[in-house]
Design a protein around this ligand. Sequence first.
Ligand code: 3HC
Length: 269
Amino acid sequence: MGSGIAETVIESGFQATLLSRTSETAHAMGEAIKSSFERKTAKERKTVIRAEEELSRLNVTNQITDLADCDLVIETVVEDLEVKLRVIKNLDAVCKADAIIATNTSTFPIIDLAMATQRPDKVCGIHFFNPAQVMKLIEIVKTLVVSEETIQTATSFALSCNKEPVIVKDQAGFIVNALLFPYLNNAVKLLEQGVAAKEDIDTAMKGGCGFPMGPFALLDLVGLDTALSILNSLYDEFKDPNFAPAMLLKRMVTAGMLGRKNGFGFYSY
Ligand code: 3HC
């Protein structure tokens, strides 16, 4: 998600700094963007000169201090509240006082992250969708304490990235995940019940509802660990049994089957 967002940001004319944990992972993320640009130039979606100009506005690093001068920082670390809190606190210490710190969390309460900083009025959700380079929607998530100026800047940023922003209040799952994940979870339950094969469930939802991907292909794209974390957060917030993660999903994550990201999920890659 991080490299997808950085790709979108440099294509939209901004300067971007892409921070990753190690120099190796930072390098790999930069290479992923270069490969994507090579595919786009091969398909004549952009010229080589344009790709070079856009890449010249990208800095990849593993040094958090390189974010000190950024106006807007978007964290996209793993969907684990403790990790996110640690990262947000470190960003708060390093980033300039008037910078906006946004989170791309799928479901965690933004207020928990905002209150861990010295600038809760400058913290909001900027939630992209997978694959971030392609999907048009951005959910801008508004806490009880965020300033209007922060929300306006986040909205202008989304529009400048040629995305469609919607404003949503700080409630688990926001709009899309609150509606999407019960559906994905119920698809796993149907599979557990032996109602149909996964391929047939995917075919049914594509052909019967016009969805671009079936639920199992989509779960693999999102990542099974991320999906499990989203369902757990929804269940924590609402205590609605419909959000309780399907047993099979939990077992697959424990077994290290995470989807496309490691090559094994409902399908093999
Ligand atoms: N990463 C980057 N780019 C990708 C990609 C990926 N994983 N998959 C496809 N693309 C690009 C292709 O390169 C292509 O670009 P081009 O038009 O410049 O050539 C474009 O997307 C279309 O790809 P394809 O023609 O190969 O395939 P499709 O037309 O089937 O589109 C799709 C692929 C965009 C992934 C489409 O299947 C789709 O929209 N799927 C549903 C995705 C979805 O629901 N996402 C939301 C998930 S929920 C979420 O993210 C929330 C979070 O909190 C978990």
